[in-house]
Design a binder for this molecule. Structure first.
Ligand SMILES: NC(=O)c1ccc[n+]([C@@H]2O[C@H](COP(=O)([O-])OP(=O)(O)OC[C@H]3O[C@@H](n4cnc5c(N)ncnc54)[C@H](OP(=O)(O)O)[C@@H]3O)[C@@H](O)[C@H]2O)c1
Length: 241
């Protein structure tokens, strides 16, 4: 993709990796729109980056996804990049009483929402690029987050199919595959020892400049290249008995 002159919607763009993408895309002279549930987080981001356009939206609600698409179509019909970044991670056990209820929330946010947004936004005539944020856990699960890991495996698989299918429409599909990074994902403190988002963003923009469509970093680079034995070993290291 070209790195400047785009109009980009980043879901969950007010915090963590989304905010890192927002900052860098603004620096590269793009127009950026972000959405999320927390108006306070959107406002804080807009104070930092005055050119930022924001929209409150709960992507776990089907009607709000449709409303977001209709709002973009009416007000930003020149949008050419959709970044499916928003996601949640829940540490839980299958034997927890509330397991199924929480699993449903994770599936609707991490799976249903981005595939629905994809099916809506490809109808924008201007759309040239979709970027999907999956995970190193798409390749080997962390059992503390069993449903999260499975949603990311799903999203990785869907991204491969979307890249193939959307070639016919001249839409490029880029996969951003982060390893664990220091954000508030899953709750404050869980990712404190992980590398900073800034190092990750610097690396993936280098890869974008080189025309790569699978953007990896550290652990996630290793996982995308791993054979069956290495994947088994990574699983054992991550999930000690
Ligand atoms: N950090 C990591 O270690 C890591 C590793 C691999 C992949 N990832 C992926 O990277 C993406 C970004 O995560 P992050 O680490 O940057 O965590 P984060 O700071 O918690 O960001 C998640 C973003 O998604 C938004 N979001 C969540 N549910 C939403 C909903 N129902 N509707 C609209 N927006 C919603 C949140 O905004 P609101 O709360 O305001 O709605 C927030 O801005 C996720 O897809 C995550 O799975 C992260």
């Amino acid at each position: 993709m070209k790195l400047s002159g785009n109009k980009i919607l980043i879901t969950g763009g007010a915090s963590g990796i989304g905010l890192g993408l927002t900052e860098r895309f603004i620096q590269e002279n793009n127009t950026v729109i972000i959405c999320g549930r927390r108006e306070s987080a959107l406002k804080e981001a807009a104070e930092k980056f005055p050119s930022l356009i924001t929209k409150v939206c709960d992507l776990s609600v089907e009607a709000e996804r449709i409303e977001l698409f209709e709002w973009v179509s009416a007000n930003h019909s020149d949008l050419n990049v959709l970044v499916n970044n928003a996601g949640i991670q829940q540490w839980m056990n299958i034997s927890n009483d509330d397991f199924y209820e929480r699993a449903k929330t994770e599936i609707v946010t991490n799976v249903e929402a981005p595939i629905h947004l994809t099916s809506l936004f490809i109808n924008l005539k201007s759309l040239t690029t979709i970027m999907n944020v999956t995970s190193g856990l798409s390749f080997t699960p962390m059992t503390k987050a069993p449903v999260y890991s499975a949603t990311k495996a799903f999203f990785h698989s869907f991204t491969l199919s979307a890249r193939h299918l959307l070639k016919q429409k001249n839409i490029e599909v880029i996969e951003i595959i982060p390893p664990a990074l220091n954000t508030d994902l899953g709750g404050k403190g869980l990712h404190d020892t992980a590398p900073p988002v800034s190092d990750f963003i610097a690396s993936i923009f280098e890869q974008l400049k080189q025309g790569k469509t699978e953007l990896t970093f550290g652990f996630s680079e290793a996982m995308t290249k791993a054979g069956p034995e290495e994947l088994k070993n990574a699983f054992s290291r991550m999930n000690p008995q």
